[in-house]
Design a protein around this ligand. Structure first.
Ligand SMILES: [Zn+2]
Length: 214
């Protein structure tokens, strides 16, 4: 059995506009019960061409499911195009987005390709951000949840600290980001380091404002 099949559909190479990454997750053998899934759709119509080029399986709907990591336009704007062409089932945390069939709360398990993923609510970058984690593959789709913070001094909401704590409890080997290249090295270490810097920054802000923070 091969590992997780992830096809990066966007678009940083030859892209025509600013857009997020979109990932197509397929099963190993394109079995009928594998769920061809797009994680984010971006906003570039070029995605349609890429989908038609992808090996999505004979006799299967090319896109059966869409999971949005959050509702920012650069991740979600192409949804009507995808919807019209493939009629997928759409999942997102945000209740305000048009075209969403199922509202996520975090804690759900979804099948992407032939693997099971846990939905983790990770507010911070936006209140409706989620990450998707596959324990079997130790893989995380992170959307725009900020995972690498190097220097002290930012201000962070408490819920972002909790989100990072949740991620730090996972064993992660690869992280697919909303923009740019995947992280394939030292993921756990980078996450723990980020949590440390963020917590320290919170403590500095709190002490300069006279509050105490646990
Ligand atoms: Zn965003």
């Amino acid at each position: 059995m091969k590992g997780l099949i992830v096809v990066l559909l966007n678009l940083s190479s030859g892209r025509t506009m600013y857009t997020s990454n979109a990932y197509l997750v397929l099963g190993n053998h394109n079995a009928l019960d594998d769920v061809n899934t797009l994680v984010d759709v971006g906003r570039d119509p070029l995605i349609m061409e890429r989908i038609y080029e992808a090996p999505t399986g004979v006799g299967k709907q090319r896109i059966e499911q869409v999971v949005l990591t959050h509702s920012h336009y650069d991740h979600a704007e192409a949804l009507p195009l995808i919807h019209e062409a493939f009629h997928p089932v759409v999942y997102a945390y945000s209740p305000s987005l048009e075209g969403v069939d199922h509202i996520l709360n975090g804690g759900e398990t979804l099948k992407l390709g032939d693997r099971m993923f846990e939905v983790i609510h990770t507010p911070g970058h936006s209140h409706d951000s989620i990450c998707l984690y596959c324990e079997e593959e130790r893989t995380l789709f992170a959307g725009d949840t900020t995972l690498i913070v190097q220097s002290l001094g930012g201000t962070y909401e408490e819920q972002y600290v909790h989100a990072l704590e949740k991620l730090c409890r996972k064993d992660i080997r690869s992280i697919y980001l909303g923009h740019g290249e995947a992280l394939l090295k030292d993921c756990n270490k980078k996450l723990r380091n980020t949590l440390r810097v963020v917590k320290e920054s919170c403590r500095l802000v709190a002490s300069s404002s006279g509050r105490t923070v646990e």
